[in-house]
Design a binder for this molecule. Structure first.
Ligand code: C2E
Ligand code: CA
Ligand code: CA
Length: 580
């Protein structure tokens, strides 16, 4: 009997302990802000714990009623949540899923939108599920904060468009997809023309507003297959997956053009008109890497700028080759200037009628470290772009005049030394002073020096150019207009300019025998120019026919392979010795 009483007391004590634990668990659950469902499989009943009422307006009493939850969810989350809630079916122990609730559920006590379900199943030794606990958390706030952080990390504050980093990531994704599906991805690199003028002329705030408005406009193309980003400053990029139809580059370009033509109305009431230069590169043709693809599009954007802005250019292998060559030459050029790896060749010019040597044109030559000759036609334009032409040009002036002074002293034959001057050199304030100083130092006559300038000099700041030319003329330095006929060639420009010589470009000389209209133009140029009192030089004369023809129409001077190629200084010296 005592034994039985003992057993009963023990059971009572255990029961009390149990309900005490039960109370404790309930308390913990209540304080946690989460909702819990406790399911005991054997009994098939479900206990609701924690803040259930803050989450849902219905109750769940048995296992199958768990599906009530699914009615609350946005469609695409139903399946993953169902799999988690009935985790025992997969034999897994633990699972976590995030889901979004359906919009417009008004029965909920406060605004919930994102939930996290965490499910834990306990199994017995045979692997049979005993019970499970489902914890439901409100992660709406965390998600919003994450979204905000994500937005800040991936978007640009000024335009709201994606930033460069995110664009590169997304472009990488598109490329992967295109690789699988054998599709194309186009990248458009878009740069507002003359943006600096807007910033400098109207202030940074106006500049910002332009960037913002234009960004918003470009953002309107965003969609499933189009990603738009603000790279930096006034530069945007677009990636277009499988470009065709209204997502084709041509179509987007047309829309951009139409929008730009309407102008942008700024908050200060001002209307601003823009143009943009666009470079386009395509996966897989241009590159298979996101960053390289953007670089390719950028390279061709610069080409669009160089081709007069407001245009679109498409990438091809030739452009990449040119670009890489330019970069290589630029790098080598720096060394060459440092090591003075240049030398001068001189090409003779002869009077047409007497065949007397009139003078020589100094032409720069560059042998790179492998003794490979790089043509000035290739490296001079690069040196002009990166400013290296200033030191190269100074060297040419000094070196050519030094040579001439030496020949004059040794052989006394009066010549004209023609020196090519690039527009950038000419624009420098100290140009005239420097030249006159060299002329004085080597004790040659200013009238023995001829500067070959191109028409491009005349386009910019005409008055300043004219003043400089007049100063040079006062000292007696000769001026020759090089490559005549290739530029804008308005003879009216020449009016009032102190020019002595006009060099008719080789392209005319090339066609003068075969092409009737070239013949007419060349004849009228020579006739008009001689009436104005200039001398005319025919450049690039290679054949006797060309020589005869130029002579017949009254061209004074001939330069070309027919009479003499550009040669090193020693060969000119040899010629002068023979003339003694
Ligand atoms: P450019 O001033 O028009 O020089 C004439 C170019 O035509 C030279 O090429 C010359 O070698 C070439 N030439 C002359 N006669 C003939 C001919 O009968 N047939 C053919 N096919 N070519 C002929 P080069 O020396 O390669 O120079 C190319 C250009 O590089 C020059 O054109 C000039 O614009 C520039 N350049 C050369 N030296 C200098 C320099 O010292 N300073 C500057 N700024 N530019 C230079
Ligand atoms: Ca020349
Ligand atoms: Ca020329």
């Amino acid at each position: 009997m005592d034994e039985l009483r003992y057993q009963i007391d023990l059971l009572k004590a255990m029961n009390q302990q149990l309900s005490g634990r039960d109370k404790m668990y309930r308390l913990v659950c209540d304080m946690s802000n989460n909702a819990f469902l406790y399911v005991v499989f054997e009994k098939n009943d479900v206990i609701t714990l924690g803040n259930w009422d803050n989450f849902f307006s219905f109750r769940i009493k048995e296992n199958r009623e768990l599906s009530f939850i699914f009615d609350e969810l946005e469609e695409k989350y139903i399946l993953p949540v169902r799999e988690a809630v009935f985790l025992e079916k997969s034999g897994k122990e633990r699972e976590k899923v995030v889901c979004h609730l359906k919009e417009g559920q008004t029965t909920r006590p406060f605004r919930l939108s994102w939930l996290e379900f965490e499910v834990k199943v306990n199994y017995d030794e045979q692997g049979v599920p005993i019970d499970k606990i489902i914890c439901i958390r409100d992660i709406t706030k965390v998600k919003a904060q994450n979204d905000e952080l994500r937005y800040m990390a991936y978007n640009d504050a000024l335009t709201g468009l994606y930033n460069r980093n995110y664009f590169v990531m997304q472009l990488g994704e598109l490329i992967r997809k295109a690789e699988e599906e054998h599709r194309i991805v186009s990248v458009m690199f878009i740069d507002i023309d003359d943006f600096r003028k807007i910033n400098d002329g109207m202030g940074l705030l106006v500049g910002d507003e332009v960037v913002q408005q234009y960004g918003q406009f470009l953002g309107s193309f965003s969609g499933d297959k189009v990603i738009v980003c603000h790279m930096t400053s006034d530069i945007y990029c677009m990636a277009i997956y499988d470009p065709c139809g209204d997502r084709s580059v041509e179509h987007i370009h047309k829309c951009i053009q139409e929008r730009i033509n309407q102008g942008f109305l700024l908050s200060n009431g001002m209307e601003i008109r823009l143009t943009v230069s666009i470079g386009v590169a395509e996966y897989p043709e241009s590159s298979k890497q996101a960053i390289e693809l953007i670089n390719c599009a950028e390279i061709v954007m610069f080409k669009a700028k160089a081709a007069g802005k407001a245009s679109i250019q498409y990438f091809d292998a030739g452009i990449l080759h040119d670009f890489l060559q330019t970069v290589e030459i630029e790098n080598k050029l720096k060394e060459a200037i440092f090591n003075k790896n240049f030398c001068l060749y001189f090409q003779p010019q002869y009077y047409t009628n007497t065949k007397r040597l009139r003078g020589v044109e100094a032409l720069i030559r560059w042998k790179d470290e492998n003794n490979k000759m790089i043509s000035p036609a290739v490296f001079i334009p690069i040196a002009e772009k990166n400013g290296a032409i200033i030191s190269i040009g100074s060297w040419v002036m000094e070196e050519s005049i030094r040579h001439y002074a030496e020949w004059k002293r040794k052989y006394g034959y009066p010549l004209i030394m023609s020196i090519n001057i690039s527009a950038i050199q000419y624009k420098r304030k100290d140009f005239v002073g420097k030249l006159l100083e060299i002329i004085q130092r080597y004790e040659v006559e200013p009238s023995e020096i001829e500067l070959e300038i191109t028409e491009s000099i005349l386009i910019e700041d005409f008055e300043e150019v004219k003043d400089k030319l007049l100063t040079l003329r006062d000292y007696g330095v000769k001026i020759s207009l090089d490559d005549f006929g290739t530029g804008f060639s308005s003879l009216s420009y020449l009016n009032g300019l102190p020019i002595d010589t006009l060099k008719i470009d080789k392209s005319f000389v090339d066609r003068v025998i075969t092409d009737e209209s070239t013949k007419i133009i060349t004849e009228s140029i020579v006739s008009m120019v001689s009436k104005l009192g200039y001398e005319t030089v025919a450049e690039g004369v290679e054949t006797q026919d060309q020589f005869d023809y130029m002579q017949q129409i009254g061209c004074n001077i001939i330069q070309g392979y027919l009479l003499g190629r550009p040669v090193p200084a020693e060969e000119i010296e040899q010629m002068l010795i023979e003339l003694l």
